[in-house]
Design a protein around this ligand. Structure first.
Ligand SMILES: [Zn+2]
Length: 304
């Protein structure tokens, strides 16, 4: 099952150096989600040939413009395209009011589809959304306004069957689908064979953690521990650590330190200050504490 992260934008504040503000498309088999919707998000969708019509849920980290100015445009376009399926939007307090006011003044009082807003308030890691493919958790970050990180975990729905055990117990073919769903099996003689004897242990679910924007915030370490991929903001190089702290952002070194302490498999840096054209120095800095670190590239799809 594919688990893909496509970066639509990875710059901070001002679109610059050919980079757009924050937005990412997550594809998990047949499900599509969007994290953040910076200005130009809908143009980036079409540039990288992703249909926004397929998005079933949007997760907004915080209400700063570089994370949401693309949202009203996207919602309006979905309306013009005649979307009918419901759309769930998660974000901090104020997002619903902000969008409704914005669209109201723009003369869009009704959309062709239902939008269900959910206010995220999590004081620590909590499950906020699930469907057939994914579980999504939110957790607080340390930023100037209420900000949340998101952890997307694939839902491990089915067990793999243990072929050898199926033969041994002579399990009929028609009963096997139920075993994959976790059921035990009872023979005609009434003997119960527990599911664990007929299936193989599930592999650990793949997990993607998104942390932007935030100051260096070690509290997140247990919440993102062991993630397959961590996207962590790295607005500045560490020589600007004081400015980073003042502006509630992190440095590349700090992103590397968080990745190392959380034992994640791979680190993707993002939310770059527009002052950096070349991002190799940020990569190199993060690789000090955590060698498997890369600067996010717009348009690139990262596979988990
Ligand atoms: Zn921000």
């Amino acid at each position: 099952m594919d688990f893909l992260i496509t970066v639509l934008g990875c710059n901070s504040a001002i679109p610059a150096q050919g980079r757009h503000p924050s937005a990412q498309v997550i594809d998990l088999l047949d499900k599509r989600y969007l994290i953040d919707a910076g200005e130009g998000a809908q143009l980036q969708f079409s540039r990288y040939r992703k249909s926004p019509m397929k998005v079933s849920a949007i997760f907004i980290s915080h209400l700063h413009g570089d994370h949401i100015f693309g949202l009203p445009g996207l919602l309006t376009t979905l309306n013009l395209l005649g979307r009918t399926g419901p759309l769930q939007i998660f974000g901090p307090m104020g997002l619903e009011d902000m969008m409704k006011t914005f669209l109201g003044y723009a003369g869009v009082n009704e959309l062709s589809y239902e939008v269900r807003f959910h206010t995220v308030t999590s004081p620590s890691k909590s499950l906020i959304y699930q469907d057939e493919r994914a579980l999504v958790y939110s957790f607080p970050l340390d930023h100037k306004v209420p900000t949340f990180g998101y952890l997307i975990e694939e839902k491990m729905k089915y067990f793999n069957l243990n072929r050898e055990a199926l033969e041994r117990y002579h399990i009929p073919k028609e009963d096997r689908a139920r075993l994959a769903e976790g059921a035990d099996w009872v023979s005609q003689e009434g003997v119960l064979i527990p599911n664990a004897s007929l299936t193989l242990p599930k592999r650990p679910p793949r997990r993607y953690a998104y942390c932007s924007d935030t100051r260096y915030f070690p509290e997140i370490i247990p919440w993102i521990r062991g993630a397959d991929l961590l996207y962590h903001e790295a607005t500045y190089l560490h020589e600007m650590v004081d400015k980073a702290h003042q502006r509630f952002h992190s440095t590349a070194l700090q992103a590397g330190q968080i990745a190392a302490a959380a034992g994640v498999k791979k680190l993707l840096l993002g939310h770059f200050s527009s002052k950096y054209k070349d991002l190799t120095s940020l990569e190199e800095e993060a690789r000090g504490p955590f060698p498997n670190a890369y600067a996010a590239v717009e348009g690139e799809t990262y596979k988990l």
